[in-house]
Structures are given as structure tokens and as C-alpha cells.
Design a protein around this ligand. Structure first.
Ligand SMILES: Nc1ncnc2c1ncn2[C@@H]1O[C@H](COP(=O)(O)OP(=O)(O)OP(=O)(O)O)[C@@H](O)[C@H]1O
Length: 256
């Protein structure tokens, strides 16, 4: 029996007259790669924003690893164990790759502002530990060779990996990735797929939004399909891809 990590029930989110999420329920199990697909404007990013505390849902319930996170602010969500990346890459462009990951790591450190000013021994030890962990994560995602490059000078594929490393630095139980393969060529996409499988196999549950249906069908353990803010299907990829509602709303003949 799978253990549910994230349980969303009956979430509604409206923007004025627009019902962006309409009574959506999702259960994500520990240790799976769970995909969210759907046409443009279906509500996928809105769901991510609700999950990570950027948007306040109107109704519903949301529990994560036994914690009630309904309407919790982003810093509480991150501390509880959900990390995300964004559709449009959001890195600190003038900082090096290493520094970007170190920033992500600070959320799990106890260093306080006074310690940082005084640079006492415990602060220095902690900084060294943060840097060591950041190196480990850069190696893990395969970009340690560009650790001292500024983020803005990295290739697109490297920036995507750096975002993932920074998110992993918060030690999430759930990693939510918003279109990580967008703009990647087939070989970059293939190696990204391997990275996501490695992350899942390392014990981090993955939630993924992606338009690349072929990638999603080959990668996800389960998939939910949103259309006009409603969940129209959910299940293993082989079943979802044959669902007539999904074919009509999204997949169409071209994707078969
Ligand atoms: N902050 C906002 N204010 C008003 N409307 C919004 C806001 N955020 C999203 N919407 C609307 O909610 C609907 C769902 O948008 P959302 O970005 O979640 O879709 P999506 O499935 O992620 O689409 P895409 O695949 O294009 O990224 C759209 O009609 C969008 O215009």
C-alpha cells in the first residue's frame, strides 16, 4: 500500500470571474514521479503556486507529510519540505553557481545575522558545511565543473540543473518542477529524465509539469490531466493516454 505524501482535496482558486482551479483533488504518493499535464491555461502553474504558498486557495484542504499547509506562506511550505523550480528560470544571475546553491542551503542552517557579522567559529564551521553540501549537490546534478561561473553565463541546460540543485539544497521531500525540459534539445531532455529518475530513486518525490507528452509518458509513475481548471483524468500513463477525454482535450491525433 503506497503512503500518501501530499493530499489535496477540493481546491478552488478563482481570479475574479475566472475559475482557474475547480474542485481539484490530488494524492501524491511517497517515492513517485507524479506528472501534471494539460493544455495552456489549464491551471497547472496555478496549482503549483497554490502548493507552494504563492497563491491562497479559496476553498479546499491541503496536507503534506501530516502537516496542514492550507494557506500556509511560502517559507513555511519550504521548511515543511516542498521545493520548486519556476517555468522562467529564477536564479541570482550575478552569483556563481556555487553561491546560488549555498543560498538555497541557508534555509536548513541555524546561522543567525549576528553570527554572520561577527564571523565566530560556529558560523565559519556552518558556512564550510554549507559550501561542502553545495559542492555535493553540484556534483549530483552534474555541473560541478562550472561551480565558479556566474549563473547568467551558464548554458540554458546548466541553468535548469542549477535551479534543481538549489531546490534540492533545501532538503525537500517533494521537488516540484515547472516545465524543466522547456527549450531543451532531445539529448538534454534525455539526460534530464535520467536526473529526475535519480532524484526519485534517491528518495525525493517529484511533481512535474511538462508539455513534452512523450517525456511525461515515459517518465511519470502517475499522471493527472487538467483541463479548464478541472481534473479530467488521473492514473498510470498507459491508461491516461488512452482516455478519450484526455485525447479530446489535449493529446489529439498529433501526439499519438
Ligand atoms: N495571477 C493571476 N491573475 C489572473 N489570472 C490568472 C493568474 N494566474 C493564472 N491566471 C489564469 O488562470 C488560468 C490558468 O493559468 P495557469 O498559468 O495555471 O495555466 P497553465 O496550465 O500553467 O498554462 P501553461 O501551460 O500555459 O503554463 C489562465 O486562464 C490564466 O490566465
Amino acid at each position: 500500500m503506497s503512503e500518501v505524501l501530499l493530499k489535496i482535496e477540493g481546491i478552488n482558486k478563482r481570479f475574479g470571474g475566472l475559475h482557474a482551479l475547480s474542485n481539484v483533488s490530488l494524492h501524491i504518493n511517497k517515492g513517485e514521479i507524479y506528472g501534471l499535464i494539460g493544455p495552456n491555461g489549464a491551471g497547472k502553474t496555478t496549482m503549483f503556486n497554490v502548493l507552494t504558498g504563492l497563491y491562497t486557495p479559496d476553498e479546499g484542504s491541503f496536507t503534506f507529510d501530516g502537516n496542514d499547509l492550507f494557506r500556509a506562506p511560502p517559507h513555511v511550505v519550504v521548511k515543511t519540505g516542498i521545493a520548486r523550480t519556476f517555468q522562467n528560470i529564477r536564479l541570482f544571475h550575478e552569483m556563481t553557481a556555487l553561491e546560488n546553491v549555498m543560498v538555497g542551503r541557508h534555509i536548513r542552517s541555524s546561522a543567525n545575522a549576528l553570527g554572520a557579522v561577527l564571523r565566530n567559529k560556529s558560523t565559519r564551521d556552518e558556512e564550510a558545511a554549507i559550501e561542502a553540501k553545495a559542492w555535493e549537490l553540484l556534483r549530483y546534478v552534474g555541473i560541478d565543473d562550472v561551480a565558479y561561473e556566474r549563473a547568467k553565463n551558464l548554458s540554458y541546460g546548466h541553468q535548469r540543473r542549477l535551479e534543481i540543485a538549489r531546490a534540492l539544497a533545501t532538503e525537500p521531500k517533494l521537488l516540484a518542477l515547472d516545465e524543466p525540459a522547456a527549450g531543451m534539445n532531445p539529448s538534454e531532455t534525455e539526460s534530464l529524465k535520467a536526473l529526475m529518475e535519480k532524484i526519485r530513486d534517491g528518495g525525493v518525490t517529484v511533481l512535474l509539469i511538462e508539455h513534452d507528452v512523450k517525456l511525461m509518458m515515459g517518465l511519470c509513475d502517475r499522471i493527472a490531466v487538467l483541463d479548464y481548471g478541472k481534473k479530467i483524468a488521473e492514473g498510470v500513463p498507459e491508461v491516461v493516454r488512452k482516455d478519450p477525454k484526455v485525447i479530446e482535450a489535449y493529446l489529439g491525433v498529433a501526439h499519438e
